[in-house]
Design a binder for this molecule. Sequence first.
Ligand SMILES: CC(=O)SCCNC(=O)CCNC(=O)[C@H](O)C(C)(C)COP(=O)(O)OP(=O)(O)OC[C@H]1O[C@@H](n2cnc3c(N)ncnc32)[C@H](O)[C@@H]1OP(=O)(O)O
Length: 220
Amino acid sequence: MKRIVVIGASDQSRCTIDVIEQSKTYEILGVLDKNLSQGERFAGYTILGYLEVIEDLLANDDFIGGIVAIGDNFTRRKVVKEIENLYPEFQFVNAIHPSVILGNNVRIGKGSLIMPGVILNNNSGVGDHCILLTRSSLDHDSTLGNYSSLSPGVTTGGRVSIGKCSAIGIGANILHCKTIGNHCVIGGGALINKNVEDGSVAYGVPARIVKKRKKSEKYL
Ligand SMILES: CC(=O)SCCNC(=O)CCNC(=O)[C@H](O)C(C)(C)COP(=O)(O)OP(=O)(O)OC[C@H]1O[C@@H](n2cnc3c(N)ncnc32)[C@H](O)[C@@H]1OP(=O)(O)O
């Protein structure tokens, strides 16, 4: 079995580790985190250090790369870019729970986490380094851009387009054919019945754009 590391030690990475263990696709060598000390234990694994240890790990034939398990979309993007610059040969892997239901012609990029009960319907597409939490769904012909996230129970209609680095809050519903731009935050429980432009925070039923946000602003 190919060997990987999980980057980040948090609730998010604990869930990612769980999915990788259950999918039996990779052997986890350890966890990389900059706030915990080398040798500390996290979720049953050893903290190996931070990004600097990747160089030595890549010298091992069985080691291929890993997944960045950081919940904040913008921070996850920053860490992925750092790794891409330092170690172009590092392969980003997906963590996909065995219960996930996939329609025909579904595309999934690299470095994405797909949690239990997710449904990706016919001809939908998930980008790179996305997070799809428990029981969220993308319906037919819908797309989720790189570094974006669906919280638990998010539902989209068909032909929905969600841009890059956008976070859709818990239980939000997005009507068919609507577009959500890049770097948006959609509040929990929202009903999206109009397109949402880049950099917007929108919530409510039906949702209204409440304010604009900077790309790096925290959203939870
Ligand atoms: C496994 C997991 O745990 S995954 C985590 C999933 N988490 C989520 O999905 C959280 C999503 N986040 C939200 O919904 C947040 O409330 C945000 C991002 C919309 C917050 O936006 P903010 O503008 O910071 O809202 P703030 O907390 O200041 O509240 C402002 C007002 O909006 C209301 N409000 C906030 N969020 C919502 C919402 N989702 N729907 C309706 N009203 C809302 C507040 O009640 C408050 O109203 P008031 O002024 O009458 O008291």
